[in-house]
Design a protein. Sequence first.
Length: 275
Amino acid sequence: MDFVPDYETAKKDVRDAIFGTYSQAYTVTNEDLRKSMRLMPKKCDDALVVAGSGDHPLFCSLYGAKNVDTFDISYNAKCIMDIKTLALNTLNHQDYIRFIKDLYNISVPLMDVKNMDRVLYKLPKTEYDYIYALKDFQIFSRKSISLNGAVLPTQFEYDKLRECVKSPYNFILSDICKMGGKLTKSYDFMHLSNIFDYVQSFNYEFVILSLMEHVNPGGRIVTQFFAGGNDDIFGIRMTKLAEKRKNWIFNKKMINSVGKFDYLRNGIYVLERVR
Ligand SMILES: C[S@@+](CC[C@H](N)C(=O)[O-])C[C@H]1O[C@@H](n2cnc3c(N)ncnc32)[C@H](O)[C@@H]1O
């Protein structure tokens, strides 16, 4: 990725709550990734997921995707994703969990997190310089996510992850609304959770149609909403869209998740390109 961050804009924009190039990245996911990643097709050579807190691509690899590409509107999401990927290959399980918990609990500077020095210098230079330039700014945030709800890898999952994730994930810095035009390959699985909540509803068809061009036969686009409200509109529009297109089916899958993952009660939307 050739992006060169603009430190001054970043310092200004990182305080903004609105999602953008320099909006704060989440330190941990609040999604039940162990459940939603099971919606991955059995054969998954290529997957595309939001970088988010870095947990999405990790769990996507864990559940069997051979190659995972990532995207996010925020450059900070790439930073936390790369930090987690490198920490995974540097620390043992116990230290990794401690590392994530510290990352969650600490505000600034990031360098105060135990073992951060062992990880940061492995980052690409552009990212390393950026993180140092913004060391007094909170580029990662817990937002309103509780650490109890976080999906931290078990020892077993961690060992498996270390075997399958050896290098940082490819990253596309993009608003999802413009991403279709930037994709250069096709995927078996697109996991787009908690993003359409922030896309204006008049854009739903346009965005999904541009992504459908990049789904392999047998592949799926998985979407879920958090807030409710627009998810029904999305469901109705996707049903119509799939009806008009040969070889596509649309389903709402109900997932048995309660308590901390209560948001899933509305179900997960799956658009599938049949073979
Ligand atoms: C919407 S947030 C919510 C947190 C999420 N539930 C998790 O577990 O990480 C997920 C990610 O989507 C990104 N995002 C938000 N709007 C976007 C957009 N229009 N295009 C691309 N990424 C977007 C954010 O930067 C963030 O990293």
